[in-house]
Design a protein around this ligand. Structure first.
Ligand code: 4UW
Length: 533
């Protein structure tokens, strides 16, 4: 058994991402605005975007980039991100997008694992990008700085070469387009192999549900380097010929100023932005009446919070669910459905089917009759469809553990489904922690904690803080005679990781609960956290 999307299948053209998005551009669209740089108001038209994409593709091909070669893209949201991202794909390259908050070591790990040959960055991030490129052996002439820096070619330099985009041919169903990194259900970040078809499919699947129109002005504050921003903004919104207003990082005052000034209509967010919109007094000082929809994803949205945002901004609020491994969207509350509870992720999108499997027994739960008001028991959500990844790069075991022989991706999230096919995420089975929607892999923090000479053992889980936000918490076993404080542990980690991976709470314990096989029993730590004895 399984439950299917309630929507009819959509057609997925057998095209590359570039051909799908721009191959058949209506001349009337060329003068439309693709990007507005939020801080300066500078405009990039679709004509200019397409010319830049082709210029980047040409410059990369002239440097020997072949189909399948990997290129690192390490930048916050700026309009040039779109030109470079689609330029890489246009040339047949594979974009591995890198979190702009990463340390040099994090960047180096991703560049090494993905075997990247080129790296694009921006001048404020050059110190860590340069250090990483040196560690990995990417030569300086292959490290490009979008806005320019001494000793490096800028985007303008590359475009100035005027090289024509190469003629490339590949099978969209098998050719990788992007390699975002995700921890998946266990362990450290792994390269998620997403093909051109995966990305094209997910745009086709979400377009009918998200209601993005060409006259929408979408505030692009979600990072383009994360799969949510990549698919919803750089792919779906550009496909619809909407305008993207870029913000390199979230700052509430700047956010409110830009929404009011640019009359933004549609905003995709993660829950922390929804919290600010619901609660911060500053919000009342700006005219946000242009906004018709706020769409939240990447972490759970509380129903009362969603309603508070809808009431305060007098707009629609929607929630979606996704995972890098699904390109990423599998569930979304449709734009035209005000009746679906905001703490659900809505029905399964077109061309997908799902199962809910009891993790204890391995049996599927019983689904309520269609149209009834029943709700299923919780089970692990398994999903199948054309947007599911090929697998993890160079990690067959992790692929086997996540993707089964029938093509179902085991998400590691626990969900229920009701008689209308509406899915609600109720818990997380997997190790992953989400801090403000960003992934925090506990295994990485545990390994780091173990390098401290006074720490004998450690486990890290996600807990809810006083505001109900998930934060990483370390359970630490000290060496005999050690005298570490909670603050010592917090600082030790903070000095060595990017800001979103900081440990924010610490407990000292006598032993880390482990299974006979030595696996950390995170569930036991979580249970103790919820109900301290
Ligand atoms: N509720 C509870 C949610 C939710 C959630 C995600 O970093 P990744 O791999 O990927 C994402 C993608 C999110 C996303 C993409 C496109 C979209 O439209 C949308 O909704 C608007 C959301 O975050 O992390 C995947 C993991 O993040 C958790 C869940 O554990 C999932 O496996 N997660 N969305 N609405 N949890």
């Amino acid at each position: 058994m399984s439950f299917k999307s309630p929507f009819p299948d959509v057609e997925i053209p057998n095209l590359s991402v570039y051909d799908f998005l721009f191959g058949n551009t209506d001349p009337a669209d060329l003068d439309k605005t693709a990007f507005v740089e939020g801080s300066s108001g500078a405009v990039t038209t679709y004509a200019s975007l397409i010319a830049q994409i082709n210029g980047v593709a040409g410059a990369l091909a002239a440097r020997g980039l072949a189909v399948g070669d990997v290129v690192g893209l390490h930048s916050p949201n700026v309009p040039a991100f779109g030109s470079v991202f689609h330029g890489i794909l246009r040339a047949g390259g594979v974009a591995t997008t890198i979190n702009a908050l990463y340390t040099a070591e994090d960047i180096a790990k991703q560049l090494t694992d993905s075997k990247a040959k080129f790296l694009f960055t921006v001048s404020p991030l050059l110190p860590q990008a340069k250090a990483a490129a040196e560690l990995v052996g990417i030569p300086t002439e292959n490290v490009f700085v979008l806005d320019g820096a001494e000793g490096h070619l800028s985007l303008r330099d590359l475009l100035g070469e005027g090289a024509a985009a190469p003629e490339v041919s590949f099978d969209p169903a098998t050719q990788l387009a992007v390699l975002p990194y995700s921890s998946g259900t266990t362990g450290r970040p792994k390269g998620v192999m997403l093909t051109h078809r995966n990305l094209v499919a997910n745009v086709c699947q979400i377009i009918p549900r998200m209601g993005i129109e060409t006259d929408d002005k979408i505030l692009a504050v979600l990072p383009f380097f994360h799969i949510y921003g990549m698919t919803v903004l750089l792919n779906a919104a550009l496909y619809r010929r909407a305008s993207l207003i870029t913000m390199p990082k979230f700052d509430l005052v700047e956010f409110l100023r830009i929404v009011a000034e640019q009359k933004s209509t549609y905003i995709f967010v993660a829950p922390p932005v929804a919290v600010a919109l619901a609660k911060h007094p500053l919000v009342d000082q700006y005219d946000l009446s242009s906004v018709h929809t706020i769409f939240s994803g990447a972490a759970p949205l509380d129903a009362a919070l969603g309603k508070a945002v809808a009431d305060r901004l007098n707009c629609h609020v929607r929630q979606g669910y996704g995972m890098s491994e699904m390109s990423p969207v599998s569930h979304a509350i449709p734009f035209d459905r005000d009746d679906i509870a905001l703490d659900t992720c809505g029905p399964t999108i077109a061309n997908m089917e799902c199962k809910l499997v009891d993790p204890g027994t391995g049996e599927e739960v019983a689904y309520p009759e269609l149209g009834s008001d029943g709700v299923s028991e919780p089970g692990e959500l398994w999903c199948k469809g054309p947007n599911i990844m090929l697998g993890y790069l160079g990690n067959d075991q992790a692929t086997k553990d996540t993707l089964d022989d029938d093509g179902y991706l085991h998400t590691g999230d626990i969900a229920t489904v009701d008689g209308d096919g509406v899915v609600k995420i109720v818990d997380r089975l997997k190790e992953l922690i989400k801090y403000k929607g960003y992934q925090v892999p506990p295994a990485e923090l545990e390994a780091l904690l173990l390098t401290h000479p006074q720490i004998a053992d450690a486990a890290v889980i996600g807990v809810l803080d006083a505001e109900g936000e998930e934060v990483p918490k370390a359970f630490v076993v000290l060496q005999d005679g050690a005298e570490l404080t909670e603050d010592d542990v917090i600082s030790f980690v903070a000095e060595r990781v990017s800001p979103h991976k900081k440990v924010r709470q610490v407990s000292f314990i006598s032993t880390v609960p482990k299974s006979a096989a030595g696996k950390i029993l995170r569930k036991d730590l979580r249970t103790a956290e919820v109900a301290p004895s």
